[in-house]
Design a protein around this ligand. Structure first.
Ligand code: NAD
Length: 254
């Protein structure tokens, strides 16, 4: 589906990012695994290469415009093209995830700046490059918490919560998607989003059983379960889709 396409993935060393990079490679594309954690990014790219595919790792902090520009130039120099970017990184402010009553103004602003601000900056810089070549694709990773209200009963009696910053960030990502899709719609640039449900990652049994009961066939999903939707949005199979949000949550948000 992605033969020869060069796709930059932010946060490519993480749980979902590594899975997306693997999926891109398996569809014939070349994933550029970018992350602030370059050691882990190198590891992810190395594992993909060890499976017989092409992959490349680059250090990138999504909150640094000059680094984003350097990645675009570096990828074009190395591969002769850059076709798409997946905004997937997950920066968290220092006090991210406190109960809503304890979130201070500066905490709220810090996480929004890093995460939503970073997604904006990546979109802005790549859109300029994509417009100049009249071809490009942005896929943003939002969340079910960007399209639906939290269900706090899931977290009762656990150490987890659904952070208020996260709800604001992921809802912001949804309309950032529509904004870029509309602004660049005549410039050969598409912009869509995926809203994944919860990913299995060592959560407590009580949380898992409550969460699973709200879903259909599986409940919490594996990171690999989202990859087909991302590669679909990166591919020509979705050529005339732009500004859309695809929810993948096994029915949680119904
Ligand atoms: N895990 C879930 O249940 C879940 C559910 C829905 C949506 N998501 C979304 O999926 C995306 C990936 O989440 P994940 O669970 O794989 O997270 P993760 O923490 O496993 O990976 C995130 C990666 O982002 C990197 N990162 C952090 N700050 C960065 C920065 N400033 N610049 C570049 N890279 C940075 C980290 O080093 C890490 O490798 C996020 O957008 C998240 O909101 C996750």
């Amino acid at each position: 589906m992605l033969e020869g396409q060069v796709v930059v993935v932010t946060g490519g060393a993480g749980l979902l990012g590594a899975s997306i990079c693997n999926g891109i490679a398996r569809e014939g594309g070349i994933p550029v695994v970018t992350d602030v954690d370059i050691d882990r990014a190198e590891q992810v790219a190395g594992e993909i290469r060890a499976s017989g595919f092409t992959a490349h790792a680059v250090a990138l902090d999504i909150t640094k415009g000059t680094q984003i520009d350097q990645v675009i130039v570096g990828v074009r120099d190395r591969f002769g093209r850059v076709d798409a970017v997946v905004n997937n990184a997950y920066p968290r402010g220092r006090n991210f995830g406190r109960p809503v009553e304890d979130v201070e103004y500066k905490d709220f602003c810090e996480s929004l700046s890093l995460h939503l601000g970073g997604y904006f900056l990546v979109s802005q810089r790549f859109a300029v490059a994509f417009r100049s070549q009249r071809h490009g694709n942005i896929v943003n990773i939002s969340s079910i918490y960007g399209i639906a209200a939290p269900r706090f009963e899931l977290y009762e009696g656990t150490s987890m919560t659904m952070p208020v910053e996260y709800a604001a960030i992921k809802a912001g990502v949804v309309n950032l998607t529509r904004y870029f899709a509309q602004y660049y719609r005549r410039d050969g640039l598409r912009c869509n989003a995926v809203a994944p449900g919860g990913i299995r990652d060592g959560q407590s049994e009580v949380f898992i059983s409550r969460y699973d009961a709200m879903c259909g066939n599986k409940g919490l999903l594996d990171a690999t379960d989202f990859v087909g939707t991302v590669t679909f949005l990166l591919s020509d199979a979705s050529k005339y889709m732009t500004g859309q949000v695809l929810t993948v949550d096994d029915g949680w948000s119904l």
